[in-house]
Design a protein around this ligand. Structure first.
Ligand code: ATP
Length: 497
């Protein structure tokens, strides 16, 4: 194994150990041996996920006064997926060993064995590659591998009583529910465009080779915003709005380039010929990662997908990718997709419901621009990017916007009225902040335990507190301490957060 690969495996194993031990996540039904692709969040993981979702809502939904969040069932009738094209096209290439009947993903198998990209190949081309390279079954070592075939990744569900066919599927993306809600929401929200419909929810995909922990699961969480707009306005933007972003630099890897480039929104529009409305939303997505999640610019890029890589209905498709050492490469965590009228058009055709609107003095089907993020994959990315090992401690230097806990409160020792005073402080702070209280063990150990889960600040109550009502605030990254009055503690904390 090469040095880089070895380091990636080690880092992955260290983060996973902390995740299991401290309560970020673990395999679902672990006591029964677990199931590949199913994971559950512990108290820290869930707290982090809650924060991520709140941040996403605050940032994306409040970016426009006509964007709203809705909810939906995750079971949707079969017709939805006939209309969306998922029944026909939502497939992964599968190969079966004719000797031991082990089934696995042909693309991942070829990529790992031959170290080449095969995303654009047909099943026939993949079968040829397997044959020509004389590849053997990864489980039993047999040469006898079958033809590569498409495998549909949706989970079917039979609704209704046994024997009565009433097919439905667990939704493979939250997006479809927003399209189904469009007509009602447009009417209910005063018939204006652009209209944003957001859903944070579960998605289900029967991934053939679920792997890499929470980055590829069978049941996962997405935060998706569907923006419905008039296609005639795709290159028109309010002058003031454009002025505000035109000089902002996007970190881009266009198809024709080998290296990432920083390109202003203005040049992205003029030279790369991306419409202004799309550029605005690329900038919105990039700023979420760079400014809200504090991802270093060097680990972020927007990558343009080739025509063969992207779904046939996506006219423009750039992925948000982050460099993850644990996976040894840049990995997609989200995407900005211009889906045209494919979705509403398809649903109009199959439901026979008129989904056209009258707006800007004309009748038409609105187009959709989608900003789609995977919550679990983003959480893993944050754990990967902010993980640090120092001489005497391991730290997750998460920004406070996503750290599972805001503040830990400790009495220096568990006697001399310090615990009582510390609980008083805890009760004051818990109304505004996510607090954790701990009075057992040496103070240095307690600090290390909080560093390990990424708590940005620790407050310590010591003997001086009992004399003058002051406490220390310890900052995680610098480990510097500052003494402040309990009366001004909340204000002090809010100032430095
Ligand atoms: P991939 O190519 O990695 O399978 P995708 O292009 O199919 O992903 P989308 O359909 O665009 O993904 O879904 C949006 C986001 O949902 C992805 O960017 C990713 O963060 C997340 N996601 C997709 N599939 C999974 C999965 N199986 N487990 C966890 N997250 C996922």
């Amino acid at each position: 194994m090469r040095k880089k690969e070895k380091e990636a495996v080690e880092k992955l194993s260290k983060i996973t150990t902390i995740a299991l031990k401290r309560g970020f996540f673990w395999p679902t039904a672990e006591i029964y041996g677990g199931k590949a692709g199913l994971l559950s969040y512990g108290h820290l993981g869930k707290a982090m996920k809650n924060k991520f979702e709140n941040l996403w809502k605050e940032y994306f939904i409040k970016s426009n006064e006509n964007y709203y969040e809705i909810g939906s069932s995750v079971i949707l009738p079969e017709k939805v997926f006939i209309a969306s094209g998922h029944l026909e096209h939502f497939n992964d290439p599968l190969v079966e060993c004719k000797t031991c009947h082990f089934r696995f993903r042909a693309d991942q198998f070829l990529e790992s064995r031959l170290k080449i990209k095969v995303e654009e190949l047909t099943p026939e081309e993949m079968s040829d590659l397997i044959r020509k390279n004389k590849l053997k079954c990864p489980k039993c070592g047999s040469w006898h591998l079958g033809q590569v075939k498409w495998f549909n990744m949706m989970f079917p569900i039979q609704l209704g009583a046994v024997g009565i066919k009433d097919m439905a599927y667990l939704t493979p993306e939250t997006a479809q529910a927003s399209y189904l809600a469009f007509k009602r929401e447009f009417e209910a929200t005063r018939k204006k465009l652009p209209l944003g419909i957001a859903i944070i929810g579960k998605a289900f995909r029967n991934e053939l080779s679920p792997r890499q922990l929470i980055t590829r699961m069978k049941e996962f969480h997405q935060a998706e915003l569907q923006i419905f707009f008039d296609p005639a306005e795709i290159n028109r933007l309010d002058k003031e709005e454009w002025k505000q972003i035109s000089k902002y630099k996007l970190i881009m890897l266009p198809q024709k380039e080998k290296k990432v480039k920083e390109i202003t929104c203005e040049d992205t529009n003029k030279k790369l010929k991306l419409p202004k409305f799309y550029v605005k939303n690329l900038a919105l997505a990039q700023k979420f990662y760079i400014e809200q999640l504090k991802i270093p610019k060097s680990k972020f890029r927007l990558r343009e997908l080739s025509e063969k890589e992207r779904a046939f209905y996506n006219k423009i498709h750039w992925d948000v990718e982050l460099e993850l050492e644990t996976l040894g490469e840049f990995r997609e965590v989200g995407g900005v997709h211009y889906r045209t009228d494919h979705d509403l058009g398809g649903h109009e055709k199959y439901s026979k419901e008129n989904l056209k609107i009258f707006y800007n003095n004309k009748k038409f089907i609105p187009h959709v621009l989608e900003i789609s993020l995977g919550i679990d994959r983003d959480i893993w990315a944050l754990m990967d990017i902010f993980f640090k090992e120092e001489k005497e401690r391991t730290v997750f230097s998460f920004p406070i916007t996503v750290s599972p806990i805001d503040i830990a409160i400790f009495p220096l020792v568990s006697r001399e009225a310090m615990p009582e005073k510390a609980k008083e402080v805890y009760n004051i702070l818990k109304k505004d902040l996510l607090c954790f209280y701990d009075e057992t063990g040496a103070i240095g150990r307690r600090y290390r335990r909080q560093d390990e889960i990424g708590t940005p600040y620790c407050i310590t109550i010591d003997s001086q507190t009992l004399k003058d009502d002051t406490v220390t605030i310890r900052e995680r990254d610098s480990m510097k301490q500052k003494r402040v009055k309990i009366g001004t503690l909340l204000v002090e904390l809010k100032n430095i957060m």
